[in-house]
Design a protein around this ligand. Structure first.
Ligand code: NAP
Ligand code: FE
Length: 365
């Protein structure tokens, strides 16, 4: 197995404020990619302004990134990057702005047109990227993946390339304190999904099991505590650590059906990414259990719980799908799920009937 994680991770209290020298190597002008609120509300922008000014770096802000960023916004951001002749990018926020920053960098550097962003064989270069996460979920700060929505085809799809790994990521849990209860829960469930899928994936390897087990336990123990005490920095730090573990894991193993089946729930019903994973978490574990029994049993033994304890734990979050899943929806979305690139990583061959049955289980929720 190859373990590849080329991102320089800098963590700890005020790590961004103390990193003038890190930025000086990246260029003279930055393009900051972010959403409407998170860069300001988390406090990142204030710290970043200080550190960039002290380093003699000017910047342009592109703050139009929405949840589940679209191909159109990536094209627009790529134009802004080129028109302003920026040397590097800084993605601030959850997975949406960080993924968008990766796609903007690749599109601009390789002069790509629209859907070519889904063709990694066309990627030859990238601008340096700094990632500053404000959620604890996607692990995008340490992955080579980006997930972009093609609105014209009503389809959410990811791509991956080693050029998309951020050069540097700054991890300070204080930036995650301002997350709402729902965003805290859903993003942690996404991180949990990454950890579990690292165990399910046919690219799983015992070398990474300690990271998976430790990340799982961090979320199992700390998510309920964090939801009860949202301004407790220690709980926030543990969830941020687990999210990075999840990213490190899927950077090696990729994700599976659990992610593929969630994408249509997001594009069609606006279910958040993490919740979409949570809605099928138990069903997928049951489906895979006979194939991954030894590994899953070892995970629960490490955490000191049973599978039933885990299912009760998930049930406590009361994630529900407030939409009817019609047979028409299932018929139209099953082929999309089957074509998703994550389907190559399932622990056994999953056919269309299994996908349809999984969609049907959501009706009962
Ligand atoms: P997100 O879509 O980036 O953000 C969700 C919401 O939370 C937004 O409204 C955002 O506000 C807000 N927010 C973020 N940080 C905040 C903070 N500190 N305080 C207050 N509000 C905050 O959520 P995400 O779950 O992190 O990212 C999901 C995306 O990442 C999906 O598109 C998913 O497919 C993708 N993903 C990528 C990978 C990967 O490896 N690259 C893996 C899994 C998922 P703003 O609108 O102001 O930003
Ligand atoms: Fe995810």
């Amino acid at each position: 197995m190859v373990f590849y994680m080329p991102t320089r991770l800098i963590s700890g209290k005020d790590c961004l404020l103390n990193s003038q020298n890190e930025f000086k190597t990246l260029g003279k002008k930055a393009l900051i990619i972010t959403g409407k609120n998170s860069a300001l509300r988390s406090g990142v922008l204030l710290d970043l302004h200080k550190v960039l000014s002290e380093s003699g770096i000017t910047y342009v802000i592109f703050d139009k990134i929405m949840e589940n960023p679209t191909l159109d916004i990536v094209c627009e951001g790529s134009q802004v990057l080129l028109e302003n002749a920026c040397d590097f990018l800084i993605g601030i926020g959850g997975g949406s702005p960080i993924d968008a920053a990766k796609a903007i960098s690749i599109m601009a550097a390789n002069d790509l047109k629209y859907r070519e962003i889904y063709s990694p064989d066309k990627f030859n270069s990238a601008y340096p990227l700094v990632a500053i996460p404000t959620t604890s979920g996607t692990g995008s700060e340490v992955t080579q993946y980006s997930v972009i929505t093609d609105v014209q085809n009503n389809q959410k799809a990811g791509f991956g390339h080693h050029l998309c790994f951020p050069k540097i990521s700054f991890l300070d849990p204080k930036y995650t304190l301002s997350m709402s209860e729902t965003v805290t829960r859903d993003t942690a469930i996404d991180a949990l999904s990454h950890l579990l899928e690292g165990l399910y994936s046919n690219k799983r390897n015992p070398l990474i099991y300690p990271i998976i087990f430790a990340g799982f336990k961090l979320i199992y123990d700390n998510l309920p505590l964090c939801l009860d005490s949202p301004v407790n920095l220690t709980y926030r730090e543990k969830l941020q650590q687990a999210s990075v573990y999840g990213g490190m894991v899927i950077a090696q193993t990729s994700t599976t059906l659990q992610h593929s089946i969630g994408y249509p729930l997001t594009t069609n019903f606006h279910v958040s990414h993490g919740k979409a994973n949570g809605l099928v978490m138990q069903q997928i574990m049951e489906l895979y259990y006979p194939h991954i029994k030894t590994e899953i049993d070892a995970l629960f033994a490490f955490a000191g719980i049973t599978k039933i304890d885990f299912y009760r734990w998930i049930d406590n979050f009361e994630m529900k799908l407030d939409h009817h899943i019609s047979e028409e929806f299932i018929a139209s979305k099953t082929s999309e799920v089957m074509q998703s690139r994550n389907m190559a990583n399932n622990p056994f061959e999953v056919d269309a009937e299994i996908v349809k049955e999984l969609f049907r289980t959501l009706e009962a929720y």
